[in-house]
Design a protein around this ligand. Structure first.
Ligand SMILES: [Zn+2]
Length: 116
């Protein structure tokens, strides 16, 4: 079973690095390492940084999740992938700009990616 972990931060969104190899995940649209499964920004409602192997296997599911009103699409996707080695971090940041602002994004990792 995949694990979902929700984290709350105050202030600017933290940089996320891969917990396996340390590659920087946020601040790029590339797929920096083999452990990353996807990222997802709730305000945008789209999965990004999806590697080809995930797109090939779960593309239909991703499409379905992006076009439904379902809650927590990243959680639904990692539950579909359903591997013990998968961790999804959902980070919510809150702060004050011109009033209170909040943003949420998810990144998912596979600690045991398939051999190439
Ligand atoms: Zn990595």
């Amino acid at each position: 079973m995949s694990t979902v972990c929700e984290l709350d931060y105050r202030g600017l969104p933290p940089e996320i690095h891969c917990p396996v190899c340390g590659s920087e995940i946020t601040g790029t649209l590339d797929i920096p390492c083999e452990h990353l499964l996807f990222s997802y920004v709730y305000e945008v409602g789209e999965f990004s940084q999806v590697p080809e192997r995930i797109n090939n296997e779960y593309g239909d599911k991703i499409d379905e999740l992006e076009h439904s009103e379902i809650e927590d699409p990243p959680e639904k996707l990692v539950n579909t992938i359903d591997k013990d080695s998968v961790l999804c971090l959902t980070v919510t940041t809150t702060g004050i700009s011109c009033g209170p602002v909040s943003s949420t994004y998810s990144v998912a990792f596979d600690f045991d990616p398939p051999e190439k």
